[in-house]
Design a protein around this ligand. Structure first.
Ligand SMILES: CC(C)[C@H](C(=O)O)[C@@H](O)C(=O)O
Ligand code: SF4
Length: 448
């Protein structure tokens, strides 16, 4: 029978089908972070269990760590949040899992460093107690977000019990216009299908426009699948994927590499495979896209108008272009990789952030930060008046502590614009790094 890419990975990991109709699925890798991972690790230890294979459990510190330069990386950005850091460190030592601690050169946001280190690979199952784990499907893995209890189960048994999700195919034909990015594309898709447009589905992205994206852009695309309520997203691995993975720390080596690639080449949807839902988009019709409301589905063109939102303080029909901003943030697992920073730096070079705009850039990983510094990108950001941070989730979500003033309109390269997401009363517009940079300079929402 013809199979989808997702079927192939699922079937290869099915240990058995249970009487309940659920499958018992072998989990290849578990990734944790200090916010939810600490809970899972402590609970596992309290039950007297140990990870069945600690070498396949990875953990980073990203959500609660301070990202302010020079502040000391052991510091928490959440008042009293140090417990997340210390509890994770101590539980990691007791369980023998692979901890990427605050002072590690590899530290960064889980969904940024997992691909960077080659931990996410085609054909693997990978889970993490974090909703944006779907990002990692960009490498051709089945990667999905779980709760802390399931993380505990996955660590203890190397399996998870769940029903195979329904499947959606989203094909994007044509090529994105110059300057239009994967962020514009995914905001356009969510804006069209709605914030529950892919409910509980495993989404496969395919088509010419997807094949033309580099891996970093594919990560941005898959990252936001959960914002349309998807179970996960996946892209068939291809030569672009293999070139990205080759030589990375956890990638297969030597003849193992050739064997892996020959298996990976079989990971694609068969011609006659069927999906529960299918959608087709035309990349050529997509322009700069950003959100105007408090759901990622409330998105529209930069040259368009808003709907009505009291929280966002916009009337229906207000042009997005020209809305005055007080904050600009470039960061998060959506858009804080080197290609994102380069795109923003191209716009910021020789420019200054407008008066009254607090502008902050927080690279997604310390590796991205080092690369940016090697290229002089940090100097462009600093000279423009941006604060330059150390890696972590930072202003992507409010965790107590420092944020923008209530009521501030912020243009942000992140993935969630819920009420209060970036701080009490803070009004978030999601956009690409280029639109964030251009708006920071203009002091109002502006085109790159
Ligand atoms: C804190 C964490 C569990 C949460 C998530 O699951 O996504 C966070 O990363 C987010 O983006 O809201
Ligand atoms: S950067 Fe934001 S979206 Fe990504 S894992 Fe951190 S908090 Fe979640």
């Amino acid at each position: 029978m013809a199979k989808t890419l997702f079927d192939k990975i699922w079937d290869a990991h099915r240990v058995t089908t249970l009487p309940s109709g659920e499958d018992l699925i072998a989990v290849d890798r578990v990734f944790l972070h200090e916010r939810t991972g600490s809970v899972a690790l402590e609970s596992l230890l309290a039950s007297g269990r140990m990870p069945i294979d600690p070498d396949r459990v990875f953990c980073t510190m990203d959500h609660i760590v301070s990202t302010e330069e020079g502040r000391g990386r052991n510091d928490a950005r959440t008042p009293g949040g140090d417990v997340f850091i210390t509890a994770t460190r101590s539980a990691a030592a007791k369980t023998g899992i692979q901890l990427i601690d605050v002072d590690s050169a590899d530290q960064g946001i889980v969904h940024v460093i997992s691909p960077e280190l080659g931990i996410a690979q085609p054909g693997l199952t990978l889970v993490c107690p974090d909703s944006h784990t779907c990002s990692q499907g960009a490498l051709g893995a089945a990667a999905w977000g779980i709760g802390s209890t399931d993380a505990e189960h996955a660590m203890a048994t190397g399996t998870l019990r769940l029903k195979q999700p329904p499947q959606t195919r989203i094909r994007v034909d044509g090529r994105l216009a110059d300057g239009i990015t994967a962020k514009d594309l995914i905001l356009h898709i969510i804006g069209t299908l709605g914030a529950d447009g892919a409910k509980r589905c495993a989404v496969e992205f395919c088509g010419d426009a997807i094949e033309a994206l580099d891996v970093e852009a594919r990560l941005t695309l898959c990252n936001m699948a959960v914002e349309m309520a998807a179970f996960t997203a996946i892209i068939a691995p291809d030569d672009v994927t293999f070139a990205y993975l080759k030589g990375r720390r956890y990638a297969p080596e030597d003849d193992q590499w050739d064997r892996a690639v020959s298996i990976w080449r079989t990971l694609m949807t068969d011609k006659d495979a069927s999906f529960d839902h299918e959608h087709v988009f035309d990349a050529r019709l997509i322009g700069h896209t950003l959100t105007w409301g408090t759901s990622p589905g409330q998105a529209g063109r930069l040259d368009g108008t808003t709907g009505h939102s009291d929280y966002m303080n916009v009337e229906s029909g207000t042009p997005l272009l020209g809305l005055p901003i007080g904050g600009a943030f470039i960061g998060s697992c959506t858009n804080a990789r080197i290609s994102d920073l380069r795109a923003a730096a191209d716009i910021l070079r020789g420019q200054r952030v407008a008066d009254g705009v607090t502008a902050i850039c927080v690279p997604g990983s310390m590796a991205v930060r080092r690369q940016a510094e090697m290229e002089g990108i940090d100097r462009i950001f600093r000279a423009a008046g941006f604060e330059w941070g150390e890696a972590g989730c930072a202003f992507c979500f409010y965790a107590g502590g420092r944020t923008f003033a209530p009521g501030t309109r912020v243009i942000s390269s992140t993935n969630r614009n819920f009420e209060g997401r970036q701080g009490p009363g803070v009004r978030t517009h999601l956009a690409s790094p280029a639109v964030v940079a251009a708006s920071a300079i203009a002091g109002r929402i502006a085109a790159p």
